[in-house]
Design a protein around this ligand. Structure first.
Ligand code: BGC
Length: 377
């Protein structure tokens, strides 16, 4: 369209589901859940600390959380902690009950990746009263003063990285063309989703304003494009609706999605509408660099993803657990951005990296996350 014309070993053992709620055997887990901490690097397993760390994860429906849970369990056990890992399958009440049970079962520390970041206030207060420290894992825990630290990725940085990828791929700053774009943003109950959106729009809004990018559905706000609980099915449905409602006589050039699951949903919708890879297939973004997404990137049905090394995140989170339980000093690199409404939570932000077919070997394969064999299966 012309511009403005249309305006890891331990991991293997754990992954078999020794705990109720653990992941299935074939998790698509990274090749080596390697660690940067001393205990696991030397291969030694520390003597039992006698302390129990409970890890509440949101869902096994997305590969990254299975990897996160496996990495956390392996690293904590290598340091001599007993670990209770549970998944809530995106059910808010189930997660509340799991955390209540963890408190009752005598957890010494809670690590929580929330299903709904604001829904755990009461159970977090119970933990505080029982003297149990809480670490927020990947997703900020909102509206509570019971959280000690937060380990995450630079969530706004994820958004800007996706935006910059689109900007550079389409040479938006210099082109005379205009490109159609639709947005598929994250869950409104996840603070990460809003931050990603803000980072993305910081890059793309000027191009929407000057007509270089054209969103034919008109849905560009976070409220209009967010998808509850990061549902792949909803993303597919939205994409189907956009294609039939707004792209009958025109092609969709860009699916700006915030999650690999959304990219799979868009892929299914586009296939259904007759789009062909290598011909009129749009640029599709994602997040997490899941195994399937990385295979899709190699095959050309997804353009890029955001690689988040869950091994690194687990390392940083484990130092926070040690800090609250052993009085050690965790590494913090942000004491400004993550205000949860009650306090600015001391955070460690890992760096997200954009991956595509040009750099996946260097970043993902050479980085030991997936092997060439896993990617070829
Ligand atoms: C995480 C993303 C993930 C999304 C859906 C977010 O909180 O930061 O990495 O893609 O949840 O599971």
């Amino acid at each position: 369209m012309k511009k403005r014309v249309l305006g890891f070993l331990l991991t293997a053992v754990m992954a078999m589901g020794l705990f109720a709620g653990c992941g299935p055997a074939d998790t698509g887990a990274p090749a080596d859940s390697g660690s940067t901490d001393a205990a696991t690097e030397s291969g030694d397993t520390a003597a039992s600390t006698g302390k129990k760390v409970a890890v509440a994860m949101p869902t096994q429906s997305s590969e990254r959380w299975i990897n996160d849970g496996n990495n956390m369990k392996a690293k904590l056990e290598a340091l001599g902690y007993e670990v209770d890992l549970q998944y809530a399958e995106d059910d808010v009440q189930a997660q509340v009950s799991q955390i209540e049970n963890m408190i009752a079962a005598g957890a010494d520390c809670l690590v929580i990746a929330a299903v709904d970041s604001s829904a755990l206030v009461n159970v977090e207060a119970q933990a505080k009263e029982a003297g149990i420290p809480i670490i927020a894992y990947d997703r900020l825990l909102m509206d509570t003063d019971a959280v000690s630290y937060y380990a995450t990725f630079d969530n706004k940085g994820v958004g800007t990285a996706i935006g910059k990828y689109i900007e550079e791929s389409k040479d938006l700053a210099n082109t005379d063309e205009s490109y159609t774009i639709e947005f598929f943003m994250g869950s409104p109950d996840d603070n990460n989703a809003v931050m990603l959106y803000n980072g993305l729009m910081e890059v793309l809004q000027p191009y929407l304003d000057d007509g270089t990018l054209v969103c034919k559905s008109g849905r560009t706000s976070f409220e209009d494009t967010c998808i509850l609980r990061w549902s792949q099915e909803t993303a597919q449905q939205n994409c189907e609706n956009y294609l039939t409602g707004f792209y009958a006589d025109d092609k969709l050039d860009i699916c700006a999605t915030a999650f690999d699951g959304f990219a799979y949903g868009c892929k299914a919708a586009l296939e259904g509408a007759g789009y062909k890879v290598g011909e009129d297939w749009p640029l599709i973004t994602g997040q997490d660099a899941e195994l399937m997404a990385t295979k899709n990137i190699i095959a050309g049905s997804q353009t890029m993803s955001i690689y988040k090394d869950t091994r690194l995140l687990a390392d940083k989170c484990v130092t926070m657990v040690q800090a609250v339980l052993e009085g050690a000093e965790p590494e913090i690199n942000d004491e400004e951005q993550y205000d949860n409404g009650k306090l600015v939570v001391p955070s460690y932000l890992c760096t997200p990296v954009a991956v595509d077919k040009d750099n996946y070997k260097e970043i993902i394969v050479d980085g030991g996350y997936y092997t060439e064999e896993q990617l070829a299966e």
